[in-house]
Design a protein around this ligand. Sequence first.
Ligand code: MEV
Length: 323
Amino acid sequence: MKIEAFAPGKVILFGEHSVVHKRPAIAVAINKGVDVLLTTRDDNIIKVEVPSINYSQESELINKRLDFELDSQNKMITDYIYEVINLFEFEQGFNLNVDIRMYLGAGLGSSAAVTVSCMKALSILAGVEMNKKTIAKQARNIEIKIQGAASPIDTSMSTYGGIIYIDENFELERIKFDMDLQLIVSNCQISGNTGKLVESVRQKYVKYPEIVENIFNAMQEIAKNAKDALENGNSELIGDLMNLNQGLLDSIGVNTVELSDMVYLSRKYGAKGSKLTGSGGGGCIIAFCPENIDTIYEELSKKYATFKCEQSDEGVYAKIIEN
Ligand code: MEV
């Protein structure tokens, strides 16, 4: 048997950091993510391969199970894969190839996409029926187990796809959007530390409560306006709101020289809007490019790791390609 699965990564379009302080945010599942190829074997060996990190490891099924022991000191992207394998019993061994077609640890939800795509493929092989609600829930449990904490955003985006409005009570609502959101993601390949950045913003809030409160309120207005702009397909406004959000993120101290360079390069070559995405302090920007996408892509690629993407409306899917 051969099964292929895909789960998307995500970008935060609006509302990073302010979402931590109960303001709305908008996340987009992107059509770059994690492809899984699962092929059964005639023996009891489970071979896991992750080419992007040069990982290849064989283990043995005993009484249909793997019984992987998580080493909590040593957080690895492969932990997510083995935790998923641990959920099921298997009649025979298999080769599991996990192709991560996005940046790892750059705020794009790579661990959620790995978890969700593996879960979809492996549940089919194990003969366990899992709907999207169950996949999102189990994947989040695995993220919490490995990371200690996890918001439901990444695992929901990888599972359901689409563009999601996260309201102040953390309820997720799908935004109706019927054009292609043409985006470029550029990565400066310096990692920001999300925990430290969230804490530094909290300290600023304590030090300048009225000012930072107003900044969060402005971010809230931006996210609310952006929901309408997306629903109405108003590209001009989407771009303007991204640029406004970027200025506010800079004001709370999560921007960097490299992020600014990528933001201004993309605008120079015609992006309608651009901003950092995720926690900042490094990592990625997104540029909204309904026009000039090829030029902007070429220019950013000269200096930074860059890809083009659009929203992924479908979320996780799998198909049996050989029975
Ligand atoms: C990190 O991708 C986004 C933050 O808003 C943190 C969070 O929401 O957990 C900075």
